[in-house]
Ligand binder design. Structure first.
Ligand SMILES: Cc1cc2nc3c(=O)[nH]c(=O)nc-3n(C[C@H](O)[C@H](O)[C@H](O)COP(=O)(O)O)c2cc1C
Length: 334
């Protein structure tokens, strides 16, 4: 399938694996790129720029296809040295960067000078337009359903995607709630040029996370996510667990007076405990509502091949089948 996104990034299928803290290691990014999608290493999971350089080199050993690096500009307890991370990305020969969180404006000159294409993740039309204006090549439009940080507008993709299509000139992918061929075809119908998946890619054989995480994703339903940290305007969608229950209890007690220090234990340092040790109640970790559509743990290639084959069937049989014989004949002639 050819879209503006496959052309922009030189990939076979319009499917991107979004950056995921403690999930987006070389194993997953390499597997996604080898299967024809765009794999993305999560930059800040690597504690130093030197470690990121090593992770990029490891991914080059796993695939000769394009892959990217995610750089997340979020409020954090200590600000990472972004220019050094960008140097590691540039020197690692990376040509695609997924930015997220705050605007990447300040870093655009450095990224562009290195010939890097930038796809910025946005949860609103106004931020998407700003990304276009500062020279981003594409946008990942992240709806309210998404795992991670959906922003503060609570705008689901059924509205956000067509609105983005109305306003944007640069291509965009649909992100948040995407799991299968139905998601891809619907996203294309709403004007997106592909889709970005996070949670779905965590439940694959190659995702380098503890089996407890993958099994929890298969067991969970679409009702099992919670929003945390709204009071400090850092809203995150996470999978419900005992740690999240504790966090929500503190949030209820503190109300609008909540400070990040109050919930430090439930949000800081949680990812290694969950993803590596498999401690499922350690605290808050991102997960999308799409978890309700995850019923198996395929290889990345099985997942992507299935999506593309089903998408073709969906378009040819279901959608074309809805047209009358006369419309179909005129399409065939055209
Ligand atoms: C476990 C997990 C960790 C994530 N970590 C990051 C991150 O570090 N930076 C980022 O930009 N997005 C992060 N995301 C968001 C994803 O890149 C993606 O935008 C999101 O998962 C899309 O929604 P979906 O989960 O419904 O597919 C994370 C998502 C998950 C599920």
């Amino acid at each position: 399938m050819k879209t503006a996104i496959t052309e922009l990034f030189g990939i076979e299928h319009p499917i991107i694996q979004g950056g995921m803290h403690y999930v987006g290691f070389a194993e997953l990014a390499g597997a996604v790129s080898n299967a024809g999608g765009l794999g993305i290493i999560t930059g800040l999971t690597q504690r130093t720029p030197e470690l990121l350089a090593k992770e990029i080199a490891r991914c080059h050993d796993l695939t000769d296809k394009p892959f990217g690096v995610n750089l997340t500009f979020l409020p954090s307890f200590s600000a990472p040295p972004y220019p050094e991370y960008i140097a590691a990305i540039r020197e690692g020969g990376i040509k695609i960067v997924e930015t997220a969180g705050r605007s990447p404006e300040q870093y655009m000159p450095a990224l562009k000078a290195a010939g890097i294409k930038v796809i910025h993740k946005c949860t609103s039309v106004r931020h998407s337009l700003k990304a276009e204006q500062i020279g981003c090549d594409a946008v990942s439009v992240d709806g309210f359903e998404c795992g991670g940080h959906p922003g503060e507008d609570d705008m689901p993709n059924m509205i956000l995607l067509p609105r983005a299509a109305e306003e944007l000139k640069i291509p965009f992918v649909a992100s948040g709630g995407m799991a299968d061929a139905r998601s891809l075809v619907a996203a294309l119908a709403m004007g997106a040029a592909g889709m970005n998946m996070g949670t779905r890619f965590m439940a694959t054989k190659e995702a380098p996370v503890h089996d407890n995480v993958k099994n929890a994703l298969v067991a969970a339903s679409e009702l099992d996510t919670r929003l945390v940290m709204r009071a400090i305007r850092n809203t995150e969608r996470v999978l419900k667990n005992a740690g999240v229950d504790r966090l929500l209890e503190i949030e209820r007690e503190k109300g609008a007076k909540l400070k990040i220090e109050d919930i430090h234990n439930e949000v800081a340092g949680v990812y290694p405990k969950v993803m590596i040790e498999g401690d499922m109640d350690a605290g808050a970790w991102s997960c999308g509502m799409v978890v309700g559509l995850i019923h198996d743990i395929p290889t990345v290639k099985e997942l992507i091949d299935r999506i593309m084959a089903d998408a073709e069937r969906l378009i040819r049989s279901r959608l074309m089948g809805l047209l009358g014989a006369e419309s179909r004949a005129s399409l065939e002639v055209a």
